[in-house]
Design a protein around this ligand. Structure first.
Ligand SMILES: [Ca+2]
Length: 291
């Protein structure tokens, strides 16, 4: 038979264990949220995103597509999300959505994937812009980012090409609890790994099995037939850039707000033109000079 004092300690220990367990459970929830990409900003942020194609025959003379079709850009697809979603990732195989977009410029599967991500609360929103009918030009859209989805990924297909695109993977627009004010990001070509064509106008040539998504450089693929093979260049110049600028206020109604802005060139500087966002009411007075 156990003495009362012997019974007392085990019970105490039991209470202590229960208490420790409760404490660890109550602490575990906030820890799950506070990971590497959690954003502690107090509210959402609105950004203007401007995509600028810099695919010119002067910068990329080799096999520059002039006809059927001439060099151009597909619509831009952008997704806001958290760290549990990836639109695309270098070194991984392409999802069906990335494959159909990189090969054909079709967004159906990408939209489906983003909708599924939204149901799982890993995607915030998806945005699209119109395509650009030339290698040099602009497209723009407005984005709203929520603290729970502070990452931005995007893709634009290089047209014509077998399965090439430019894009950004998981850009974090929130740092130290603050939304970034402005960001410029150079875009380089990537190969989706699903079509083995070497040149802009290669016929359909499926990669079986599919390869991983890789960056195309001036040296890789290491073959003279490749359209971006410039062995004398240490690296390719940027094929495009994106510029993100935080807006002072959130749009009251996004549809109306989008109409208020247009991308135009502001000229008159000694160094040349500066592209920027011009309120529509000023457009009548700003010359639409091409840079
Ligand atoms: Ca390929």
């Amino acid at each position: 038979m156990m003495m009362p004092s012997e019974l007392f300690f085990p019970r105490c220990l039991q209470h202590l264990l229960v208490l420790l367990l409760k404490l660890s459970l109550s602490c575990s929830s906030p820890l799950k949220v506070t990971n590497g990409t959690a954003c502690t900003a107090r509210g959402p942020a609105s950004y203007i995103l401007v995509f600028t194609g810099q695919w010119s025959p002067q910068m990329f003379p080799k096999q520059y597509p002039l006809f059927r079709p001439p060099a151009q850009w597909s619509k831009l697809v952008a997704v806001t999300h958290n760290e549990r979603y990836r639109l695309w990732h270098e070194g991984a195989t392409a999802s069906p959505g990335v494959q159909s977009f990189a090969e054909l410029g079709v967004t159906v599967e990408l939209v489906k994937g983003a909708k599924e991500g939204r149901k799982k609360r890993v995607v915030g929103s998806m945005y699209r812009t119109a395509g650009i009918p030339s290698g040099v030009g602009h497209s723009s859209t407005e984005l709203v980012l929520q603290p729970r989805n502070p990452l931005l990924s995007l893709m634009v297909k290089v047209i014509p090409s077998p399965d090439w695109f430019v894009g950004a993977d998981s850009l974090n627009l929130c740092e130290n609890g603050q939304w970034k004010e402005e960001m410029t990001f150079d875009l380089h070509p990537y190969d989706a790994g699903t079509d083995s064509g070497f040149t802009f106008s290669s016929p359909n040539f499926p990669s079986i099995p599919p390869e991983n998504i890789t960056m195309i450089t001036s040296q890789k693929p290491n073959h003279p037939a490749n359209s971006f093979y410039y062995p004398r260049l240490p690296e390719l110049p940027p094929l495009a850039t994106i510029w993100l600028k935080k807006q002072p206020r959130l749009p009251i109604r996004q549809h109306n707000h989008r109409r208020r802005w247009t991308v135009r060139s502001r000229c008159g500087r000694p160094g040349g033109c500066v592209w920027g966002l011009v309120p529509e009411k000023e457009c009548a007075t700003v010359p639409a000079t091409s840079c």
